[in-house]
Design a protein around this ligand. Structure first.
Ligand code: THU
Length: 166
């Protein structure tokens, strides 16, 4: 038996097509790329969360001379929100980047590890996180939740099943 998987995402030609709330958040994310610490890749990534109380929390990628130590902007952000505002829900995250070695036009999409972290956050708080993805200019992609980006994701539920079967 073959099954199909599909997911929905929206494509906007530019930031001005977004509603005001999303536009403000993406603008913040674009400006916040200046705070990245990315001297090795020169790829400055920023992620900004809009919380359910209207506040925003901003984060960037943090690299290290020992390359694998680097942490992506998305996971820096989740750690910051979870530590600073543990009782607030994340409504939306906007992600952007400044590629100092080239253009910043193609929308950024989170790496695999960050997708797994985003999914865990959604599971933990039982709340969809809308993800807005873009460069410093150009097209904007939007998904309604992180699960859309990671089909067949691994979660604590999978471990429960394994335990019961023993
Ligand atoms: N990076 C992020 O911060 N987020 C992503 O979604 C993709 C990659 C960072 C990690 C590293 O510091 C640099 O970008 C190049 O991979």
């Amino acid at each position: 038996m073959q099954k199909d998987f599909s997911f929905k995402y929206e494509v906007f030609a530019g930031i001005n097509e977004l509603n005001k709330e999303d536009k403000d958040l993406l603008e913040k994310a674009r400006i916040n790329t200046k705070s990245a610490y990315a001297p090795y890749s020169n790829f400055h990534v920023s992620a900004v969360a809009l919380l359910d109380n209207g506040e925003t929390v901003s984060a960037t990628n943090q690299e290290n001379a020992s390359y694998p130590v680097a942490i992506c902007a998305e996971r820096t952000l989740l750690g910051a929100v979870s530590s600073l505002q543990p009782d607030k829900l994340i409504k939306t995250i906007a992600i952007s980047y400044d590629n100092k070695n080239g253009e910043s036009i193609k929308p950024i999409t989170p790496c695999g590890i960050c997708r797994q972290s985003l999914v865990e956050y959604e599971n933990r708080f039982q709340q969809n996180i809308k993800i807005i993805m873009s460069g410093l200019e150009g097209e904007v992609l939007v998904v309604e939740n992180a699960h859309q980006l990671l089909p067949f994701s691994f979660s604590s539920d999978d471990m429960k099943v394994a335990t019961i079967q023993k």
